[in-house]
Design a protein around this ligand. Sequence first.
Ligand SMILES: C[S@@+](CC[C@H](N)C(=O)[O-])C[C@H]1O[C@@H](n2cnc3c(N)ncnc32)[C@H](O)[C@@H]1O
Length: 248
Amino acid sequence: MNAAVNKVSSHYDEVADSYDYRYDANFGKFYYNDISRHVMERFPKDGRLLDLGCGTGLFVRHYVNEGGVAVGIDISRGMIGKASDKCASSDFTIGTAEVLPFCDGSFDAVSSLLSFSYLNQPEKALAETFRVLRPGSPIAVCTLGRNLFTRGLPALYHISEAMNLKKACFGAFGERYYSVEEMEQLFYGAGFIDVRVKRCSFAHYNLARPIYVLAKKIEPFVERNIPYLAYNICASGRKPYDNEIELL
Ligand SMILES: C[S@@+](CC[C@H](N)C(=O)[O-])C[C@H]1O[C@@H](n2cnc3c(N)ncnc32)[C@H](O)[C@@H]1O
């Protein structure tokens, strides 16, 4: 692992015990359910799923509860430990999404929630995803997108780290926030078809209660009419069948 990847995995090792308070309780749970719903829309319910950057297994649990079988991979040993405790019937592997230790065509769906922005080599992760998917099978990714609010965050993280303000802000992990066009390019570039990219979520779980309640109310309006303000970007596509590749 290189230094940047080590920094991310050490961070998640440290927060593994408290991570689920973010997304499995209070507003965080609503926020996470929304993202899961957007991802789940593209998936067969009874397939074999691979979850990239699976963390503590929240989406693996969701998929298994819907009737499927799921496998997770993550660079953080601490997060994988929590995922194994949570989803005893699923398999988890410590490793990077950029080098997948799985056979060609061995999955019916590949997901990645809130992890894609950490990848140093997203093209490599998508090429690996393409390889491990069965022909015709979908990929769906949901991660923080680049918008009015997030575009300054990487610089803010760098400055706060340089000024040793770690308590006030997250560390700088080299995260990349993508636009709709960039996601489309990455997905088409990897060979996926039926590519769809949309922005979602305006009510961020970190907001104070009254602002959250208001943001939640206007979320559908924002997603439909001013999607650039939504925080997350959900991209999906599918691996073509062999006869479709010939036609491309
Ligand atoms: C914000 S958490 C999201 C976890 C989980 N997907 C969820 O929805 O709760 C980001 C996760 O991505 C993992 N991660 C970051 N870079 C990765 C990489 N290159 N390969 C695999 N996992 C990675 C981190 O270790 C962390 O568990």
